[in-house]
Write a protein that binds this ligand. Structure first.
Ligand SMILES: *Cc1c(COP(=O)(O)O)cnc(C)c1O
Length: 335
């Protein structure tokens, strides 16, 4: 199975008017710091508050008319995208998630009329439940990242970025299972081979980063992170997103929880925007000085805004945050 720009162009037609054309806005603060135009792609403005609607709509549009229903495992936003897209097609959806998924995300999925199953402590446990539902109830599993239609759907962001700014030099992509990074890199590099696409993820519990370092899909222990949407494995039998990320990403950069916290604060206080920890890892890498100096405009994707507002308020106020057994010390912005 080879995925090409044609698949991404066809995904753009499938999602047109539903999940496309999100704003691309400058960040004056980040532009000042980097000495380049620094642009934010606001996937936070999607109807489900995250980019995953693109892939879910494209995957569900491709199903045969007699499909009894769909299922998936999710850290939250893919489930929300699948629930939204299934409802739009009048299909039943059952979303499988682990206990680590924040309640705000569970509530968002239920509100879209989908059934939610909470099983186990890891994304792998949730995936096992989804596969059981496929075998027993004839549902179709939609992978959050290792599915050609999902990758092509996420890749439409790359089309929109280069259509708006053909002069882009670097795209910073939050990286988990790699569906987003694979799709964006495939679109962007086919259109503009000289562009740099860099995956950014958290330091602890990042399965794709560990797999790329090992040269094959590996498992990592899941840990609580401010970037909860970046948790979960990539699947030991990964077929698509791993080889695409291996072949197309120029680099992978890791950021700490403190750096993610600082970036959430910077985005809020400087750009007056609210986004998930997973969304701000690109900003975090720049603010922490982990990105090589750029000589052309930079864009990052603010991938989602579906966070727990109680936790967000505490982060903004500089209070301590519990991440499982670990305490992330609070810090006031600018202090
Ligand atoms: C899913 C998700 C990501 C990562 O996407 P992958 O395709 O799994 O790499 C990043 N940010 C948010 C908010 C997400 O929901």
């Amino acid at each position: 199975m080879t995925l090409t720009l044609a698949d991404i162009l066809s995904a753009a037609r499938a999602i047109a008017g539903l999940a496309d054309a999100t704003p691309l806005v400058p960040s004056p603060h980040m532009s000042r710091l980097t000495g380049q135009d620094f642009l934010l792609k606001l996937e936070t403005c999607q109807p489900i508050g995250a980019f995953k609607l693109r892939g879910a709509l494209n995957a569900i549009a491709a199903l045969p008319a007699d499909t009894p229903g769909v299922t998936c495992c999710s850290t939250g936003n893919h489930g929300r995208g699948v629930a939204f897209a299934a409802r739009a097609r009048g299909l039943r959806a059952t979303i499988c998630m682990s206990e680590l998924v924040p309640q705000a995300k569970v509530d968002g999925i239920r509100a879209l009329g989908a059934e939610v199953r909470i099983t186990g402590r890891s994304q792998d446990d949730a995936q096992a439940e989804a596969l059981r539902l496929c075998a027993e109830e004839g549902l179709t599993d939609i992978s959050p990242f290792d599915d050609p239609h999902v990758i092509a759907g996420q890749g439409t962001i790359g089309l929109e970025l280069l259509a708006a700014r053909p002069d882009l030099g670097t795209i910073l992509v939050p990286l988990s299972g790699g569906g987003l990074a694979a799709g964006v890199a495939l679109a962007a590099k086919t259109i503009k081979p000289s562009i740099r696409v860099i995956g950014i993820t958290m330091e602890r519990g990042a399965a794709m980063a560990a797999s790329l370092a090992a040269g094959r899909p590996v498992e990592v222990e899941e840990v609580e992170s401010l970037a909860d949407s970046l948790g979960g494995g990539i699947g030991l039998k990964n077929r698509l997103s791993f080889p695409l990320c291996r072949d197309l990403l120029d680099d992978v950069i890791l950021v700490t929880e403190e750096e993610i916290r600082d970036a959430m604060q910077a985005l809020y206080f400087e750009d007056r925007m609210v986004a998930e920890g997973a969304s701000v890892v690109g900003l975090a890498a720049v603010l922490a000085g982990r990105l090589p100096v750029a000589s052309a405009p930079i864009a990052t994707i603010l991938t989602g805004r579906n966070l727990d507002m109680g936790t967000f308020t505490r982060i903004i106020a500089g209070e301590d945050i519990a991440l499982g057994p670990r305490i992330l010390k609070g810090r006031r912005y600018g202090a």
